[in-house]
Design a protein around this ligand. Sequence first.
Ligand SMILES: NC(=O)c1ccc[n+]([C@@H]2O[C@H](COP(=O)([O-])OP(=O)(O)OC[C@H]3O[C@@H](n4cnc5c(N)ncnc54)[C@H](OP(=O)(O)O)[C@@H]3O)[C@@H](O)[C@H]2O)c1
Length: 376
Amino acid sequence: MTTSRRDIIKAGALGAAALSSGVLGLSAPALANTGSRSLEILVLGGTGFIGPHMVREALRRGHSVTLFNRGRTNNTLFPDLETIKGDRDNGLDGLQGRQWDVVIDNSGYVPRHVRDSAKLLAPKVSHYLFVSTVSVYASFTSDIEEDSPLATIADETVEQVTNETYGALKALCEQAVTEEMGAERTTVLRPTYICGPGDRTDRFTWWPVRTARGGEMLWPGQPDDHIQIIDVRDFGNFTVDCVENRTAGTFNTATPERGYTMGELLADCQAVTATEVDDLWVDEAFALDASRNSPARNHGAFPVWHPQRGPDAMPAQVISAAARSAGMHNRPVRETARDLLTWWATLPNERTSKLQAGLPADYEAELIARWKERQG
Ligand SMILES: NC(=O)c1ccc[n+]([C@@H]2O[C@H](COP(=O)([O-])OP(=O)(O)OC[C@H]3O[C@@H](n4cnc5c(N)ncnc54)[C@H](OP(=O)(O)O)[C@@H]3O)[C@@H](O)[C@H]2O)c1
């Protein structure tokens, strides 16, 4: 199988521009390292999943936030904030004639769009934080540091974002920001699966929500298989830290490598749901076959897990020590699972009845019967 983690996640230091107010036309206050000073923050996006967490954290810390988006997604979420309406595809006019301290770019997928915004904003902000993804990496067979090889794409003008192009295009987006802003004024964050309240993909959500139903439950691989996530609040907090401190550089953002297993996930899910399941651990081949043949075209039959043995193994762990040294904090995964359930309980039935990841009930029952038959 040639599948890379990029397919599932669906997510160089270049010429540095001179950092001087003369060259860039920046005002002195905009360039100063502000420490605890209140910042004017522009967020490109802000109303999906990760954006609201960042926005709330920035406001909590006393910063001012302006949103830029098309006004299509959750457009009543922040009635008290200024929203500049526009499309990243040739619709940046609303950003003209304005100035901010920093920009957080959550919504960049197409290199041309990202270059356009970075070029336009380079004289208007002192720092640009680009939300990228671990899908930028070329391979998931061995551990990944920030300087591991990146995915490439034969035709760099492609603008269609698919499972196949997503990672390489995000890598080109990173490059565009760094070229336009200069490495000293750029932060690139590369998150793994972002999880927690508000997640629309239900990837991590599947596990506690399914556990709460009890009964026999399929678990892929072995209890000591490692998984990594990043809690959306930890990611949001670190994002705000980085713009406050103008922390330039590229950072993987994930829970610590080899720090959490599927067995621990089972224990945490049982603890937060106060439910014991009858856990059936199926081997990698069975789990992968079950995923490939799942009738649900969703975010994965066994989301967040990757095979760690066998021909399809993707055992790589993402090393995110640099982010922790720069201040990123990872809360216990149990807390993420607990808070997800609290959020899930507030959602209407029509949403919770349509899990976007995991196994449809009929198919799960069929797989359980097949697995037990195989075990004799
Ligand atoms: N979820 C994960 O597990 C994960 C993992 C790795 C990386 N990421 C990265 O996280 C980011 C996405 O997070 P999110 O969706 O939660 O971010 P968000 O900032 O909460 O939501 C996306 C925002 O972008 C706006 N937007 C989308 N297309 C636009 C366009 N053409 N022009 C202007 N605004 C546009 C949307 O509003 P309108 O629709 O109203 O325009 C919305 O406000 C991406 O960069 C993705 O690569 C996510």
